[in-house]
Design a protein around this ligand. Sequence first.
Ligand code: NAD
Length: 384
Amino acid sequence: MINILSSRIEEIGYEELLNWEGVHYAKIEIGGKKYDAYRVIHDTSLGPSKGGIRFHENVSEEELKMLSLLMSLKNSLMELPYGGAKGGVKVNPKTLSREELRELSKRYAIAFRDVIGTWKDIPAPDVNTNSQIIAWMLDAYQNSVGTRDIGMFTSKPVELGGINFREISTSFGGFVIVDYIAKNIERKNLTIAIQGAGNVGGNLAKMLYEAGYRVIAISDSRSGIYNKDGLNIQEALSYKEKNGNFEGYKAEQIDNKELLELDVDVLIPAALELQIDERNYKYIKAKWIVEMANNPVDWRVDRMLKSYIVPDILANSGGVIGSYMEWVYNLTGNYLDENTMRERTKERILNKFIRLLQRNRDNMREEALREACERIIRAKRLRK
Ligand code: NAD
């Protein structure tokens, strides 16, 4: 994966960004088993590094390098005062008890306490991590360092200095884009398919459904459902919450392959990376792909797809914008009401989206990449 990104960055002439400031590694032992844990810092020229922590079996140094580079690009594109980082533990958290998960989270924060910091590196949740895990990490960090500083993690529970908006901010950013496409480019009665029903996919599906949009398919790692007239998302997600997945829900069952290949106006990959690649790009019919996951489309097939691609570094930036608002609140004590946060997020995302559309609708990724790379390079030069 890292090779794909690296060669594209090289191709457009920004190879100086292919250096990582730090790859930090620890082995964490829980219940007699040892797990590989990482925190990878790509670049801090624009400010302290920022990026999530994921708990997943596929976590590797290479994957985190790629994701930390994407974070640098996203923060730069969205003009946030941050560099990029990513962390993770190679583990299937479903195999851990709650007690073990808590222990793993706390040990992770202690293992990387010298790397993390309000003005150094600011983690947040990612795949299979959430605000409870961040609460455990925050507590372990604070006790270990001897502080009550709270700005070194975002997506905290509200009681520990978080903001309500952060939980839905990634999905809200995606909603703003789909809503703009429907009202200004395509038609109100869009058909939409969403891969992934977790924090990002699930919340986005709910927002779209509540706004009257037609989500005709949604899936998780085990199951998927389809109804050509539109699903009752509220009901489907409650069913999943009760039963663990969509199996047995009163709609046609489809698998992830079928979902990705549906003839829809908007396809929203909101699960994992590299879901559309050399194997399936020929079968993708969606007019628009709004990349809510990080790197769901292999960059090598971008130009072979007929779809307009709204790149991840814009489409899912609502998450880091929400985190930025939480961090500013932690630094200043000034709390903005949720409507103001929504308005500011919408404005930031739409301004950028409209500019990319106007410059090059057929290759928004390249436009976004160039802009993001250039801002980082300018910051680097100013420091020399
Ligand atoms: P999550 O763990 O809450 O949800 C992931 C969802 O994807 C789950 O429904 C899971 O069942 C599903 N899934 C996993 N493997 C799948 C597969 N092979 N096929 C289909 N579905 C599969 O994670 P999340 O926070 O919703 O993150 C989803 C994506 O969005 C990730 O790529 C993440 O990096 C990205 N992202 C998240 C945020 C955020 O704020 N949470 C911000 C920016 C980007």
